[in-house]
Design a protein around this ligand. Structure first.
Ligand SMILES: Nc1ncnc2c1ncn2[C@@H]1O[C@H](COP(=O)(O)OP(=O)(O)OP(=O)(O)O)[C@@H](O)[C@H]1O
Length: 626
């Protein structure tokens, strides 16, 4: 029997209320009609007794002719008339279990439009809406754990196989690049000899052995060319990338050798031809003072760090070297800052140049569970421009590996505290490499050579020198100065005692009456003087504690308030010190604002910020996909 309007309204009103499950007068706990709720319908004895949808006018008792609800219809709980099933519901023909006198439900998940079978090993409890999948879930978890364990244990083998394939590609590429270089050399030699032969009209019988080799060389070169192009056709993309990188590095080396042999004019013309590609970054300071509370960490720092030069920062422990580097990096939040920092002659935040600034902190920044090459490759991929081709990135990586001497350990795991990897010195070089592969314009290093043996530190410094030759502005806190262009000597309290070319430092101090004894390393001696360890007699009434003030006077900078009384102490005239080329060099910070060669190279800040690096998600993908 179909539900009437009043019954439907009664049903609908009961849906929202908490007492939606009502005891049916027809199918209640006490007197079950031969059927069961939902899925069963009966007819009423007296159709006229039904009136309206209120409980005062009760729903008529339906206890006769009970039949299963037709398929596609349902009989709501509390009522035993039928309503059409809503769209998406599954309403099969109800079956009566004669023993229990209840309807046996078939298992239907919520929202299902058909009867579902229980999953394998799943449980379908009576009257339950949800399937029991605890056992199934448990088995699934065990299977997943086994798979993870297998992946974990086999990943080493997988990585080793991949490294083997890579190394094979590299060797093949190196061999081809080598063959190519040899063929080039032979061709050149042969050409020179043939020309010489023609000029001197040698008789063929007297032709020197060289010539024979030369014509041979041409043949070989031709043969080699044929073989190489045949080989090249077979190269896969990876090997081809390595081959390109190696032959480019080879050419650069040859160019460097030629350059070493060239005259000054030749060098200048070559330099003009090979203008560095990287944007240049000059950082200048004017009366920069950093303080925390009343404590001054840096005072009246004036000077500049120039592109293409290496600046060594030295000074006693606690003098403020790291603070100085932080100022260069623009990490000055939390400090009270006075004075100016100019980038390429313009005042602005250093943070906006961070994509082209490399920083090697004192502590390690390597991933211990990656190999040396993976560390460098990961850094390069994340920090070089997205638009740069993979082949160019490989070239940069190979250059850095070559210049830091990391070829031997490129496939070694860097290692962690638990799992030992490469040595401390090698780790340090990897740290530097990680910053070098992002092709920075300004490279800042905090004690990069600490803990390195002399050979390794020489190699590292050579790599830095090479970076500087590309126009990079290199600035490093260092304990053993060598191969540097500029020198910053900091005294306690973050005061500058000297900032200028290394070549002039001894002249400057000897002008103050400080003579470096034989067998003493000048910078170490100056630090000892600042520390009061070495005793020296200075000109006039000055003592080592006056060195920062003397530097200020020497350059004609404004003497800060708190140093005025020292001025009286030393009782010296300003003019005594305001001489020398360093003055011209360093007091011209303002000039950088108007004209400097850097401006010709890069005039717009936007040019420097053009580098679009991959986003965090892409970086994570690179990390996982190593
Ligand atoms: N955030 C800070 N809060 C308080 N004091 C600071 C802070 N940063 C630096 N200093 C202080 O400034 C001084 C210089 O510290 P900095 O680390 O720059 O010295 P350093 O020359 O690099 O020393 P070292 O050679 O030993 O590494 C120290 O006395 C240090 O305690």
């Amino acid at each position: 029997m179909m539900c009437r309007k009043a019954e439907i309204e009664l049903y609908l009103s009961s849906l929202g209320s908490k007492s939606s499950v009502r005891i049916s007068r027809n199918c209640n706990q006490f007197s079950w009609a031969p059927g069961c709720q939902s899925g069963w319908a009966c007819s009423t004895q007296d159709t006229n007794s039904f009136a309206n949808n209120s409980f005062e006018n009760p729903v008529p008792s339906r206890a006769e002719n009970c039949r299963p609800c037709c398929p596609g219809f349902f009989c709501p709980r509390g009522l035993t008339c039928m309503m059409p099933c809503p769209l998406g519901a599954y309403c099969p023909l109800g079956t009566l279990n004669k023993t229990t006198n209840l309807c046996d439900p078939s298992y239907c998940r919520k929202g299902a439009t058909g009867e579902n079978k229980c999953r394998w090993k799943g449980g379908c409890k009576e009257n339950s809406e949800k399937e029991e999948i605890a056992l199934f879930g448990g088995i699934l978890i065990v299977v997943l754990i086994v798979i993870l364990l297998l992946v974990y244990n086999c990943s080493d083998q997988f990585i080793a196989v991949r490294a083997k394939i890579l190394s094979k590609s590299r060797k093949k590429a190196a061999k081809i690049a080598q063959e190519s270089a040899t063929a080039r050399k032979r061709w050149k030699l042969a050409k020179e000899l043939v020309l010489r032969h023609e000029m001197e009209m040698y008789e063929s019988s007297d032709a020197p052995e060289e010539l024979a080799t030369s014509s041979d060389g041409i043949l070989h070169a031709d043969k080699g060319n044929g073989k190489r192009s045949k080989n090249r056709r077979k190269l896969n993309v990876r090997t081809e990338r390595f081959r390109r990188a190696y032959s480019q590095i080879d050419k650069e080396r040859a160019l460097q050798l030629d350059k070493d042999k060239l005259t000054l004019a030749g060098i200048v013309s070559r330099a003009a031809e090979n203008r560095p590609q990287r944007p240049m970054l000059e950082v200048a300071f004017k009366a920069l003072t950093l303080s925390i509370g009343k404590k001054k960490l840096l005072q009246c720092v004036t000077g500049k760090l120039s592109p293409g030069r290496i600046t060594a920062i030295m000074g006693p422990s606690g003098a403020g070297k790291t603070t100085f580097l932080n100022a260069v990096l623009g990490k000055t939040s939390g400090y009270k800052k006075d004075g100016l920092v100019l980038v390429n002659g313009k005042s602005g935040s250093m943070q906006s140049y961070k994509k082209i600034i490399g920083f090697v902190p004192q502590d390690d920044i390597v991933h211990g569970n990656l190999t040396v090459e993976e560390n460098l490759w990961f850094s390069g991929r994340c920090r070089l421009s997205k638009s740069m081709s993979k082949a160019d990135k490989v070239l940069i990586l190979e250059r850095v590996i070559g210049s830091l001497g990391l070829q031997e350990i490129r496939n070694s795991l860097v290692g962690t505290v638990e799992k030992r990897g490469i040595s401390g010195g090698q780790r340090k070089r990897v740290n530097v490499g990680i910053e070098m592969v992002m092709e920075p314009s300004l490279l800042i290093l905090d004690e990069p050579t600490t803990g390195l043996d002399s050979a390794s530190s020489q190699q590292l410094l050579r790599a830095l020198r090479h970076e500087a030759s590309q126009g990079v502005n290199v600035c490093a806190v260092i304990h053993q100065p060598s191969m540097f262009d500029d020198f910053v000597l900091l005294a306690r309290g973050g005061l500058i005692a000297y900032h200028g070319p290394v070549s002039e430092v001894e002249n400057y101090f000897s002008g103050l009456g400080i003579k470096v004894p034989d067998r003493e390393n000048p910078p170490d001696y100056y630090i000892d003087i600042l520390e009061g360890i070495a005793k020296t007699k200075m000109s006039g009434h000055a003592t080592p504690k006056h060195l920062p003030l003397l530097w200020i006077l020497h350059n004609g900078y404004d003497v800060p308030e708190d140093m005025r009384k020292d001025l009286e102490e030393i009782n010296m005239m300003h003019e005594l010190y305001t001489v020398g080329s360093i003055t011209r060099e360093l007091s011209s910070v303002e000039q950088t604002e108007s004209k400097h060669s850097v401006h010709q190279n890069v005039s717009q800040r936007n040019d420097l910020l053009n580098r679009k690096t991959p986003g965090v998600l892409a970086q994570y993908r690179y990390y996982l996909g190593r």
